[in-house]
Design a protein around this ligand. Structure first.
Ligand code: KIV
Ligand code: ZN
Length: 510
């Protein structure tokens, strides 16, 4: 088999990262894009973990038709039943059961013997198999599990019906040669391994997630679990764009392929970054803003003569858009819709109408509207489509001798309009205080940064903030040509996420 199955866990392990919380609409938007990208399996979430996750997984299962939709489940009957309830109507459903396998987890976390865990794994895979033919099993912390015991568990779960066995390097401890050896050992020592696909799931604590995954593939693994931009628990997961482009660029070495349409990579990366609030570092391989930029004179000279001198990949292959001027203030709704489609956005009619109004507004302020501006604008629209409170107006008065003052007007649940004003140490502080006077949920600002989406004095400013409430971090993003407005939108975005999480928690508790 020369095809590597790409299993994307951006919506599950990726979303688990501190501050990366997404709402149902945002998850659906990402799932649609993952399907366009050609992902084989979308791990949509962990239905038993919360009502919100359950709903998101259910919506994704109802909508996604080409990719398999996978739900994660603890190895217990209720979690497996709930997972099935959420994905039962998917075109290609998969249940992913996991259970710790290493002695360190058994002794200190599960407090169970190896025999008990073996029996539980076997029984729970059999239970999942009663619902669906596509069942994956993960012995958590596999890279720190004694190999002989790991082989025994794998044999037992395959016997019970697992069609994929996933080998997680849960704590990012493995080194490529060693991890590749583990995969080889599984192929050589698990008698029925021919009846299942070997998958790998590597974390990046030592910066080796991609290297470990690639070595595993070289040794015979045929599914890689990964996330867009490498987001995930702690230091993250193996980055999908790096895995896919390594397999494609070094076809000479791997002689393998994936089903990914690589020209969709850049767009997916931007979307995930915009919606999760996790910025992509400029030097990030494949999707960083510097990834295809040549600074040194010698390199520039070489690339101008022949790109292959210093470029191992064509930026167009990952869908990096040429920085073109696309639309202006005379462009109509039809042209805007076409451009959105070319950029890969399929918006519902109502969202399209709102995005078009925002585009017209932007085109009035900004001479040149680029693809990046349009992507930012669509992300802003997606952020505001499921708000509890909407920012209807923000105004500030400030200056070197004045007292920074802000007025805000918000539209809350049931269309209720509330307005207030506050003084602050600066204009942003004043705006945030005025908003807090209306919403009244205690929180603390822990991070604030501003960047510009494109170059030029009329560029859109993008604000990223993180706030903390009851020990949980919430990310917010906002964009506008006015950075005070962008700051206010970012704060509203974070507060809306906080309010949604509190609502979900109270429903879960009740
Ligand atoms: O890292 C891990 O072990 C996981 C499992 C649930 C597969 O995310
Ligand atoms: Zn993980």
């Amino acid at each position: 088999m020369n095809r590597v199955i790409i299993f994307d866990t951006t919506l599950r392990d990726g979303e688990q990262a501190a501050g990366g919380m997404l709402n149902v609409q945002e998850k659906l938007g990402i799932a649609r894009q993952l399907e366009c990208l050609g992902v084989d399996v979308i791990e949509a979430g962990f239905p038993a973990s919360s009502k919100g996750d359950f709903e998101a997984v259910r919506h994704i299962a109802l909508e996604v038709r080409r990719s398999s939709v996978c739900a994660l489940a603890h190895a217990n009957p209720k979690a497996i039943d709930t997972a099935w309830e959420a994905i039962g109507e998917a075109e290609h459903p998969r249940i992913h059961v996991f259970l710790s396998a290493s002695d360190v987890h058994l002794a200190h976390q599960l407090r169970k013997s190896r025999e008990e865990v073996l029996g539980q794994a076997r029984d729970m895979v059999a239970r999942a198999r009663k619902y669906v033919g596509d069942v994956e099993f993960s012995p958590m912390d596999a890279s720190r599990t004694e190999p002989a015991y790991l082989y025994t568990i794998l044999e037992a779960v395959i016997e019970a019906g697992a069609t994929t066995v996933n080998i997680p390097d849960t704590v990012g401890y493995a080194i490529p040669q060693e991890f590749g050896g583990l995969i080889r050992g599984i192929l050589d020592n698990v008698p029925n391994i021919g009846r299942a696909t070997i998958s790998v799931h590597c974390h990046n604590d030592l910066g080796l997630a991609v290297a470990n995954s690639l070595e595993a593939v070289r040794q015979g693994a045929r599914q890689v679990e990964c996330t867009i931009n490498g987001i995930g628990e702690r230091a993250g997961n193996a980055s999908m764009e790096e895995i896919v482009m390594a397999i494609k660029t070094r076809h000479d070495l791997f002689d393998l392929s994936t089903g990914i349409d690589s020209t969709q990579i850049y767009k997916t990366s931007r979307m995930v970054s915009d919606l999760t609030g996790f910025m992509v570092q400029p030097n990030k391989a494949i999707v960083g803003s510097n990834a295809f930029r040549h600074q040194s004179g010698i390199h520039q000279d070489g690339v101008l003569k022949k790109a292959i001198t210093y470029e191992i990949m064509d930026p167009r292959d990952v869908g990096i858009p040429a920085s073109s001027l696309v639309l202006g203030k005379l462009s109509g709704r039809h042209a805007f819709k076409e451009r959105l489609a070319e950029l890969g956005f399929a918006l519902a009619e109502e969202d399209l109408n709102r995005a078009f109004l925002a585009f017209k507004d932007l085109a009035d302020k900004k001479k040149e509207v680029t693809d990046r501006d349009i992507e930012t604008l669509v992300a802003e629209e997606m952020r505001t489509s499921s708000e509890t409170y909407h920012l209807d107006h923000v105004g500030v008065s400030c200056g070197d001798h004045g007292m920074p003052t802000a007025t805000v007007r918000l539209i809350g649940p049931g269309g209720q309009v509330s307005a207030d004003a506050a003084l602050g140490t600066g204009p942003v502080d004043a705006v945030y205080k005025a908003i807090n006077r209306i919403i009244g949920v205690p929180n603390r600002l822990t991070e604030f940064s501003v960047s510009s989406v494109t170059a030029g004095i009329d560029a859109i400013g993008e604000v990223l903030i993180r706030i903390e409430s009851d020990g949980v971090t919430y990310t917010g993003r906002g964009a506008a040509t006015d950075i005070i407005v962008a700051s206010a939108r970012a704060y509203m975005n974070a507060l809306n996420r906080l309010l949604a999480a509190k609502k979900r928690n109270s429903v879960d508790a009740g």
